[in-house]
Write a protein that binds this ligand. Structure first.
Ligand SMILES: [Zn+2]
Length: 420
């Protein structure tokens, strides 16, 4: 997928819309209610301006009203190949010919330098949800021998990974940390007795601190990946480890300004809106999971021309501060590099008589720093360099920062005292 979209991508989008209109009662009604005539949707601009979005609550509500699949369903049950469920619950039938993200994942696996014949240990859940099985299929197709580890049973998993000489780990970074602890409890040295070389990290934030810790434990090179339960895998890191390449081939992805809905340029931060291309058992058009991504402006030194994205967080907690869209997760990436710091809040003010807005980070301290002024300056410098705005730094005991300001939701992190 390119951004902005190419003419060929818009053409695939148009033929998908015709198919969806013909087969999905939900979209037929939605298009009619919005006055959308498909013959008039000839360009991306027309599509963006005319076709309404589908939010996750729309899908959940419609499946509740018309159980189990809702009016989104576009094919008879005889054509289903499998049934997945994601939290909500949302029921996701799959056509037997739908590849379920495998081509995207194979590309992501190739970008990690995984060779045919390597042993891959998959530790996402295989139960009910699509993640584990999706990754399993993709590693098999990439020529790997795959261990269906699943979740839990850490001691058995360490034994199996050791016995099979697994060189590739796939799952959450926190479960990998758990395997490291388990191995040590078993009297093993994770670097010497386990053989993980590269890791496919997904379903959780891979903070710089966690990446360093896991590298120190296993000597593993981790590659961050992202996706979403309904629309599947989206993007993954290459060996440059600066942003994730948008590998999606069967999705039409838009990145739109969270306030205006206009397409954002490379370098900007936009909300993901995705349309599944081609026939689907349960097609989604302009599906907006509520995730925001920053698009990197520079081409990647690895030579892969696909755009690179950095997950920023849920759109609901983004605020524009001093003209820059800021998500608490970006700030958390910085604070998590300081072992003395825990939860934080960001106060935004525009005092009367002052020309500029003022942003203050109230950083919760969990261990008293030896040199508080030096910590404050180091934090301010890193925020300026990585979040791109100047913030005043105030150190407070972590207990003074509400728990709801913590990750991953950051519900009470932003305290907006601007009057306009
Ligand atoms: Zn690259």
């Amino acid at each position: 997928m390119s951004w902005p979209p190419t003419a060929e991508e818009v053409e695939r989008l148009r033929s998908t819309l015709l198919w969806v209109h013909e087969h999905s009662p939900y979209y037929r009604r939605l298009f009619a209610a919005a006055g959308v005539r498909l013959a008039e949707i000839q360009t991306y601009e027309a599509f963006r301006q005319r076709v309404p979005r589908t939010a996750k609550p729309d899908l959940v509500a419609n499946q509740r009203q018309h159980p189990p699949f809702g009016e989104f369903l576009a094919v008879p049950r005889e054509r289903f190949g499998s049934l997945h469920t994601s939290p909500g619950p949302i029921f996701i039938p799959r056509l037997s010919e739908e590849q379920g993200g495998t081509p995207v994942l194979k590309e992501a696996i190739k970008a990690m330098g995984v060779q045919r014949g390597e042993v891959a240990h998959v530790t996402l859940s295989y139960h009910i949800m699509p993640g584990g099985l999706r990754l399993h299929r993709a590693f098999e197709e990439a020529g790997c021998l795959v261990i269906n580890g699943g979740t839990g049973a850490s001691q058995l998993q360490v034994e199996v990974a050791r016995a099979w000489h697994a060189t590739v780990y796939a799952g959450t970074p926190s479960f990998l940390a758990n395997l490291g602890d388990t191995a040590r409890q078993m009297g093993l040295d994770p670097r010497r007795d386990l053989f993980y070389r590269v890791g496919f990290s997904t379903a959780e934030a891979l903070t710089p601190a966690l990446r360093r810790e896991l590298h120190a434990t296993f000597g593993i090179e981790l590659f961050d990946h992202c996706g979403e339960a309904q629309i599947g895998p989206l993007a993954g890191e290459c060996r440059v480890h600066e942003g994730m390449h948008l590998h999606a081939r069967d999705l039409f992805c838009e990145f739109l300004h969270p306030e205006t809905g206009e397409p954002v340029d490379l370098g900007g931060t936009g909300e993901l809106v995705a349309t599944q291309l081609g026939p689907r058992a349960l097609p989604l058009v302009r599906y907006a999971p509520g995730d925001a991504f920053r698009l990197l402006a520079e081409p990647c030194p690895c030579g892969d021309p696909s755009p690179r994205i950095v997950f920023v967080g849920q759109v609901g907690v983004i605020r524009k501060i001093k003209g820059v869209l800021i998500h608490p997760a970006q700030v958390h990436q910085v604070t998590s590099g300081f072992p003395e710091l825990g939860r934080f809040q960001i106060l935004v003010e525009h005092r009367s008589g002052e020309r500029y807005e003022r942003a203050t980070i109230r950083a919760g301290v969990i261990a008293s720093p030896a040199e508080p002024d030096r910590l404050k300056k180091a934090l301010a410098d890193q925020l300026k360099a990585r979040v791109l705005i100047q913030m005043d730094v105030e150190l407070v005991p972590e207990a003074e920062v509400p728990e709801a300001a913590g990750p991953p939701r950051f519900a009470e992190t932003m305290v907006d005292r601007r009057t306009h």
